[in-house]
Design a protein around this ligand. Structure first.
Ligand SMILES: Nc1ncnc2c1ncn2[C@@H]1O[C@H](COP(=O)(O)OP(=O)(O)O)[C@@H](O)[C@H]1O
Ligand SMILES: N[C@@H](CCOP(=O)(O)O)C(=O)O
Length: 326
């Protein structure tokens, strides 16, 4: 159950009059999801998704909602936020920030094939390019600064082996962020959480990316690495599946060619992407917020992936891809 704030059709009817969607006809709570209260709503203009934000406040939401609007306006497949008659994308409902976005068709593909990975790679590259001229700047709030402030809070809960791994990796990533290679990486708004459960497919056709509430400005390669580490692995072992990796990287590269600096940074970035989710899962496990106690994620999964990405030094971007200048 992930409806923390309940909304009835009677609540909705007067509130909906500020949106150009006609009357609300039905509302159904969405059971999955762990952060927000989500509902499918039927209106006279079609089906939409209503989200009541349980953890984000009014000041934080414009970055996410305006980014989604910006991307949707440029043909990137994402839910399009609907403005009310005053042009606002975010309006209070039951005292909490709420937004209506278009409903994506299809469902998540949890057992992706190379064809699905190629679709994701293409759309991810299109998204990075389309977001380049988005003017609001917000850092990735789960980036290096968060890692550096969070590691000391969780070390006391870890075994010696895990504590060493965490201390070694934060030292490695801190040093890596100072290198010329890292500084040469292209950056901009990224999704930063593009897991299989945040993408919709209708058969083999991608219908959209959603759940942008970890988005922020970071390197594009970090976004690619986060995506590869979820879409292109054997979920039991965490080992990369090269057919899916190649499909995703080639598709991405065909739209936005990788640079030489990105080739040099690739393995460190796969480590960074694994570390980010190991750390957040450890943090949520030992210091849970109320909402997250419902569906704890397994920290061991990303610890395993991190150890693999460190110990297998052959994970380069295929050299054939490295045709673009830095
Ligand atoms: N725009 C959308 N179109 C279609 N389904 C959506 C959309 N947004 C959310 N959903 C559905 O709601 C579920 C929960 O959304 P999600 O963003 O993952 O919630 P949370 O932020 O609470 O984790 C998704 O798994 C998906 O089924
Ligand atoms: N993808 C993250 C947690 C965020 O959950 P989401 O359902 O909002 O994508 C993880 O797996 O740790």
């Amino acid at each position: 159950m992930a409806v923390f704030t309940s909304v009835t059709l009677e609540d909705l009817a007067p509130w909906m009059s500020q949106f150009p969607l006609g009357k609300a006809l039905a509302i159904r709570g969405i059971a999955s999801g762990i952060e927000n209260s989500n509902f499918f709503i039927d209106t006279e203009k079609g089906e939409y998704v209503l989200t009541i934000f349980e953890n984000l406040d009014f000041d934080q939401l414009p970055f996410y909602l305006k980014l989604m609007r910006h991307l949707a306006d440029r043909g990137v497949l994402v839910p399009a936020p609907i403005a009310n008659l005053d042009g606002e994308l975010c309006v209070a409902l039951h005292g909490k920030p709420a937004a209506i976005v278009s409903k994506l068709a299809g469902s998540s593909q949890m057992a992706p094939l190379p064809v699905h990975c190629a679709e994701v790679g293409t759309m991810l590259a299109r998204m990075h390019l389309a977001a380049q001229d988005f003017t609001i700047r917000q850092p990735n709030l789960r980036g290096l600064a968060w890692w550096q402030s969070t590691v000391p809070k969780v070390l006391e809960f870890l075994t010696d082996a895990k504590r060493s791994l965490m201390q070694d990796e934060i030292a490695f990533q801190t040093a890596f962020a100072q290198t010329a290679t890292y500084q040469a990486l292209q950056s901009g708004p990224v999704h930063a959480d593009l897991f299989r459960n945040n993408v919709m497919f209708d058969g083999e056709r991608l219908t959209g990316f959603f759940d942008f509430y970890f988005a922020g400005c970071d390197t594009w390669l970090f976004d690619v690495a986060v995506t590869i580490n979820d879409w292109c692995i054997d979920v039991e072992s965490g080992e990369l599946d090269m057919a899916r990796v190649t499909a995703m990287l080639n598709a991405y590269h065909a739209v936005r060619p990788f640079t030489a600096a990105e080739g040099d940074a690739w393995q460190a970035m796969l480590r960074a992407a694994a570390f980010r989710f190991w750390l957040s899962r450890v943090y949520d496990f030992y210091k849970p917020r109320d909402a997250e106690m419902l569906t704890p994620h397994d920290p061991g999964h990303f610890e395993r992936i991190l150890r693999l990405r460190i110990s297998q030094p052959t994970l380069a971007l295929p050299m054939a891809l490295l045709s673009a200048p830095q």
